[in-house]
Design a protein around this ligand. Structure first.
Ligand code: COA
Length: 260
């Protein structure tokens, strides 16, 4: 591993981004937030990247939160700026035009859970622990945690996790709808890559249409959401991949999608 706070590897259309501060359990300092933001900007426009997997280096943590050492000395104005820096990065991630999978290999606490929740899909090792423990530091979540957890898991779970601050295990996170799947820790990488490969072979513009529809639909009323879906549905008929997908079905062969 290099000294960079973020490691990037590419394989068959899958970009793996690894937060790389294992000695600090991959805590998010300002440099790491900025590296992630730049990495999402780059992946968004790189046609070779079809799907992104986000994980943390080392055996213990996905991301154990915002960097407490860096935060401890901030003024109120600097605290707000730090929150905005994290929120902007996570919004960039949430609105990525390509699927982003969180591969949760251990602690996903505070900013770590916020980062995972901004991803589109979450697979957790059975050993992972998730939570919003900011209350134990006299803090509140500041990278979107109160808002995304509320939307993912509802008011009761959000208030429990944020007010009490105790981490929960992966099985309970799954029961609450916070993670999509829980797998044995030893299978996490293989299972995540299997999903990533499936998405990497899907039609990129259709994936994007779904991501956009769900993002917009989560933030507007049903009429506007349906209208948006109709427009996206019409637009997809202008793509080569839609012709390829429907023809391949009728010709009983496997489609090859090119993102055009
Ligand atoms: N920010 C900065 N450093 C962090 C960190 C964070 N969020 N989480 C862990 N670290 C650092 C520790 O300070 C320690 O550094 P050191 O070896 O230089 O002292 C190193 O990572 C290992 O952590 P440690 O606490 O020794 O590991 P542990 O196995 O005993 O405990 C946790 C693991 C996750 C329970 C514990 O690290 C923890 O509670 N972290 C903070 C979680 C949190 O509150 N996150 C929200 C922040 S807003």
């Amino acid at each position: 591993m290099t000294d960079s706070p973020l490691q990037t590897t590419d394989r068959d259309g899958i970009r793996v981004l690894t937060v790389n501060r294992p000695d600090k359990l991959n805590a998010l300092n300002a440099a790491t937030l900025d590296a992630l933001h730049a990495a999402f900007d780059a992946a968004a426009v790189d046609p070779a990247v079809r799907v992104i997997v986000l994980t943390g280096a080392g055996p213990k943590a996905f991301v154990a939160g915002a960097d407490i050492a860096e935060m401890s000395g901030l003024s109120a104005v600097q605290g707000r700026d730090f929150s905005q820096r994290g929120q902007r990065m996570m919004r960039r991630l949430e609105r990525m035009p390509k699927p982003v999978i969180a591969m949760m290999n251990g602690f996903a606490l505070g900013g770590g859970l916020e980062l995972a929740m901004a991803c589109h899909l979450r697979i957790a090792a059975d050993s992972a622990k998730v939570g919003q423990p900011e209350i134990n530091l006299g803090l509140i979540p500041g990278f979107g945690g109160t808002q995304r957890l509320l939307r993912l898991a509802g008011r009761a779970a959000t208030l429990e996790l944020c007010l009490q601050g105790s981490p929960i295990d992966a099985a309970r996170a799954h029961a609450l709808g916070i993670v999509n799947r829980v797998v044995p820790a030893a299978d996490l990488e293989a299972e995540t890559m299997k999903l990533a490969q499936q998405l990497a072979q899907a039609a990129p513009l259709a994936l994007r249409g779904i991501l956009d529809c769900v993002a917009i639909g989560g933030e507007c009323g049903i009429e506007e959401g349906l209208e948006f879906e109709t427009t996206q549905f019409g637009l997809i008929f202008s793509t080569d991949d839609m012709r390829e997908g429907t023809s391949a079905f009728l010709e009983r062969r496997k489609p090859v999608f090119r993102g055009t």
